[in-house]
Design a protein around this ligand. Structure first.
Ligand code: GAR
Length: 207
């Protein structure tokens, strides 16, 4: 059974999707054992506590330097004996130390179809604002491995939804979360825990 550590910063609906999937027996060979938050007020921490999951807060504001902050989060993950690290609404870009500590063992959910609308500055509602501004007719979510380059690691899963007339960033965010993120993230985590994701350069294959 793999120990899954989840990194969060906010509401934690993706964390909740993982918790619910685990309760339904859909995370095969994995257990969420720790939730680490950059934000002491994140509602995600309540979700973890309500489900008996250990929590650690590594407050961003205590570490103005990115390298120091990355070292603190990496230590928390090592202490938690994490086998898989899931970025689920974690809003801070960490440096390469963490990738070296958990190579091929970190995944992120991004609320767009990478390689569009991703990278530095594209997070949360900003992504959906940019999608609406661009006029694209499809958007969605991507789960990918975390590498040194922001949002550029091997893609594990993607799902698309339409952009509809009258959408606001909030309405679009809700559709992407409900129809894409909350499905593909638990699926990808379960596949990883069963050693069914093979990484080949910048591509993945499900076996
Ligand atoms: C989610 O839409 C997630 O994909 C996004 O923030 C939201 C967090 O929601 N993450 C990013 O934008 C990271 N680049 P949640 O806290 O309710 O899971």
């Amino acid at each position: 059974m793999l120990n899954i550590a989840v990194l969060v910063s906010g509401g934690g609906t993706n964390l909740q999707a993982l918790i619910d999937a685990e309760k339904r027996g859909e995370i095969v060979n994995g257990k969420i054992t720790c939730v680490i938050s950059s934000n002491p007020d994140a509602y995600a921490l309540e979700r973890a506590k309500n489900n008996g999951i250990a929590t650690v807060v590594v407050p961003k504001k205590d570490y103005p330097d990115r390298a120091d902050y990355t070292a603190a989060v990496t230590k928390a993950l090592v202490d938690a004996k994490a086998d898989l690290v899931v970025y689920a609404g974690f809003m801070i870009i960490l440096d390469s130390q963490i990738v070296k500590a958990f190579p091929g063992r970190m995944m992120n959910v991004h609320p767009a179809l990478i390689p569009s609308f991703c990278g530095k500055g594209f997070y949360g509602l900003k992504v959906h604002e940019a999608v609406l501004e661009s006029g694209v007719k499809l958007t969605g979510a991507t789960v990918h491995f975390v590498t040194e380059d922001c949002d550029a690691g091997p893609i594990i899963a993607q799902k698309a939804v339409p952009v509809l007339n009258g959408d606001t960033p909030e309405i679009l965010q809700k559709r992407v979360m409900e129809e894409c993120e909350w499905n593909i993230l638990p699926e990808a985590v379960s596949l990883f825990c069963q050693s069914r994701i093979k990484i080949n350069g910048n591509k993945t294959e499900v076996i």
